[in-house]
Design a protein around this ligand. Structure first.
Ligand SMILES: *[C@@H]1O[C@H](CO)[C@@H](O)[C@H](O)[C@H]1NC(C)=O
Ligand SMILES: *[C@@H]1O[C@H](CO)[C@@H](O)[C@H](O)[C@H]1NC(C)=O
Length: 626
């Protein structure tokens, strides 16, 4: 029945957020999750007492303590454990003393002009005290050479000092020379030796991290900077910035690898159906009706097959549609339907993440049949997603010259305004779309959301109450109504609306695959009652219906972190990265994953550090439940 069939498009909806991407409800839900985390100051504690916080840019920070108030203030000295402070003070004193002694002894050395001669063979014959004395003299001379920029000489002298008496400071100083000479492998070698003797030597960690970064070993650098930041309580801004920079590098590198192997897999059915329903339903065109006699071996037959498959509203149906549109164009002989076939192949190519190929098809589609304005509209969405809003605006103008009464044009142009924050213009276009066709529910929903964003809460609520009356059998109305209620912290009513939407999705035929109401309910339950377990269960339910839903996966990851289930969080963040559609979303998910993984590694690699952090967290009155 043709009434189940397709023609496209999407409400990208969503509400309370912003989102820089046009076509995706899911990107804005991701935003919402991040916003929720940061707004709730959801410092997320792990077993080590380290928190992860999300900034507006979606970057993950580590925090060393329970400063629930906020934005990543570097914890002051006070927040370090007594023990740590004592140790650091001692180290500083020792270094100072050593320096003074260095100066004294170097003077002496200069006077005598005589440096002890030692090598591996003779050192064994020296007494312990003599060795110590020699080492101090050699190190002092090394420092002097370093001061006068004679780095090769300094390297030689520190080397001899090490022969007399291995000391992490000697190794670290020699590493400083290698650093200046850009001999990064040697920096790694010496700092590693220093760290083998003193695993909490911050200077050596920083030096090694810098060397690793030069060697493009970003994960290793990230790990060292993480350890160093934890050690100094995140008080060193340079190191904090380095941590953030490395996290981004690692995430971008991994995202690239994922993108390369990802191919053109379609996103989750929830995403696809949300996108497709943002265009008004159209019956199968004349000549492609179900009764028309068309072979599956013909382009037209495949085109019809694809259109019918979309109507199934299932993941398999969408895969089938994508394949059929490709085949339709391969088989060719499409006559007047070629522009339509190109339009549809472009739609699925775009959904699969290949914007350029989709653009080429849409260009050809509008050339062949300018009156098929939907191709202009889709091309506009694409331009917008690629960040080209002028080209998007041009395409809407072109569409209007071809059919000024197509309500889809105004609905989608309104989306453009909405995304750009031009709410008054958006409201005008939604109204216009409604005037041209009152029966399209998404115009009403989006108008309500836009009024809400403009601060007209009363009008927004009135719009939703009216819509609920006029479209009582559309689950989305309840879902988005619930989002506004949730935003107003009206939890009980929000949950009631989400429940209603969930119920309706479940009982619709075929069963609905849109799991956003379930995830929204999870967020509501979490915010309302801090009931992690119930929230996680709801997301798991969503995954049974749509196993590919990246938002559900990302939400579980966050919830896991909040409960200190770090390994589980990591697993879900990685899965979210695999499922995410755009590069930005992938990078976002991977940043979380990497931050989480690094914390786990720090705990494994530096058990003593983990223990100390734990003590620190406890001493700070850290969150319960760790
Ligand atoms: C902060 O860390 C950087 C390396 O990340 C280091 O060069 C600098 O000396 C540190 N500053 C302090 C005050 O420890
Ligand atoms: C498609 O047309 C647009 C103009 O709207 C142009 O900027 C773009 O380069 C074309 N792309 C391809 C792949 O032909």
């Amino acid at each position: 029945m043709s009434s189940e069939s397709p023609l496209p498009q999407p409400p990208k909806n969503v509400v309370v957020d912003t989102a820089s991407l046009p076509a995706s409800s899911s990107s804005s839900v991701w935003d919402r999750i991040s916003k929720w985390v940061s707004e709730n100051k959801a410092l997320v504690y792990t077993i080590a007492g380290v928190a992860v916080v999300v900034t507006s840019a979606g970057v993950v920070y580590y925090l060393s303590d329970s400063s629930r108030t906020g934005q990543v203030p570097p914890p002051s000295d006070k927040k370090k454990s007594k023990n740590q402070r004592r140790k650091e003070k001692k180290k500083a004193e020792e270094e100072k003393k050593a320096k003074v002694e260095d100066e004294k002894s170097s003077k002496k050395a200069e006077e005598s002009e005589e440096l002890p001669e030692v090598d591996e063979a003779t050192v064994g014959q020296l007494s312990e005290d003599t060795r110590k004395d020699y080492a101090a003299k050699l190190k002092a001379a090394g420092n002097k050479a370093y001061g006068s920029k004679d780095y090769n000489r300094a390297i030689e002298l520190y080397g001899k000092a090490i022969i007399c008496k291995p000391d992490p400071i000697f190794y670290s100083n020699r590493a400083a020379c290698y650093n200046i000479l850009s001999e990064w492998d040697k920096v790694v070698e010496d700092t590693s030796a220093a760290l083998a003797m003193d695993s909490t030597y911050v200077k050596a960690l920083n030096r090694r991290a810098i060397a690793y970064e030069h060697l493009s070993k970003f994960s290793e650098a990230l790990l060292d900077f993480t350890a160093s930041c934890i050690l100094d309580g995140f008080s060193n801004e340079t190191s904090r910035n380095a941590l953030e920079r490395l996290l981004k590098k690692v995430a971008e590198k991994k995202a690239k690898a994922i993108l390369e192997t990802k191919g053109s897999k379609l996103p989750s059915p929830t995403f696809v159906s949300n996108y497709l329903q943002s265009f008004r339903h159209k019956d199968l065109p004349e000549g492609l009706e179900e009764t028309a006699d068309l072979s599956e071996d013909s382009g037209k037959g495949q085109l019809r097959k694809g259109l019918l498959a979309i109507g199934k509203k299932t993941g398999d149906g969408y895969e089938e549609a994508a394949a059929a549109f490709g085949k339709a164009l391969e088989l060719g002989d499409l006559g007047d339907y070629e522009a339509l076939a190109l339009n549809w192949r472009a739609t699925f190519t775009y959904l699969g993440g290949n914007a350029q190929a989709a653009l080429a098809d849409l260009n050809k589609s509008v050339e062949l049949q300018p009156s098929l304005v939907q191709s202009y509209i889709k091309r506009a969405s694409l331009h917008l997603e690629l960040g080209n809003k002028e080209a998007a605006a041009d395409d809407f103008d072109l569409a209007i010259t071809h059919n000024k009464d197509d309500p889809d044009i105004y609905y989608h142009r309104a989306q453009l305004h909405f995304i750009l924050g031009e709410f008054a213009d958006a409201a005008k276009d939604y109204q216009k779309s409604i005037e041209l066709d009152r029966s399209f529910i998404y115009s009403h929903i989006q108008l309500g959301v836009t009024q809400y964003k403009m601060g007209s809460v009363a009008s927004a609520m009135a719009t939703f109450r009216r819509s609920v009356k006029n479209f009582e059998d559309v689950p989305d109305v309840y879902n988005y109504y619930g989002e506004l209620l949730l935003d107003q912290q009206n939890f009980a009513e929000a949950v009631e609306k989400f429940d209603k939407a969930v119920e309706m999705e479940k009982s619709s035929k075929p069963m609905g695959i849109n799991v956003l109401p379930l995830i929204n309910k999870a967020l509501a339950v979490f915010q309302w009652k801090q009931d992690y377990q119930e929230a996680e269960n709801l997301c798991q339910k969503a995954l049974i219906i749509d196993p590919e839903c990246d938002i559900a996966v990302g939400t579980i990851a966050q919830l896991s972190l909040q409960q200190g289930k770090v390994s589980q969080a990591l697993k879900y963040f990685e899965k979210a990265a695999e499922l995410a559609r755009t590069e930005a979303e992938i990078v976002n998910a991977i940043s979380y994953a990497e931050a989480t993984r690094t914390q786990l590694e720090v705990q494994e690699k530096y058990p003593q550090l983990a223990a100390r952090l734990q003590a620190m967290g406890a001493g700070l009155g850290g969150p319960a439940g760790i």
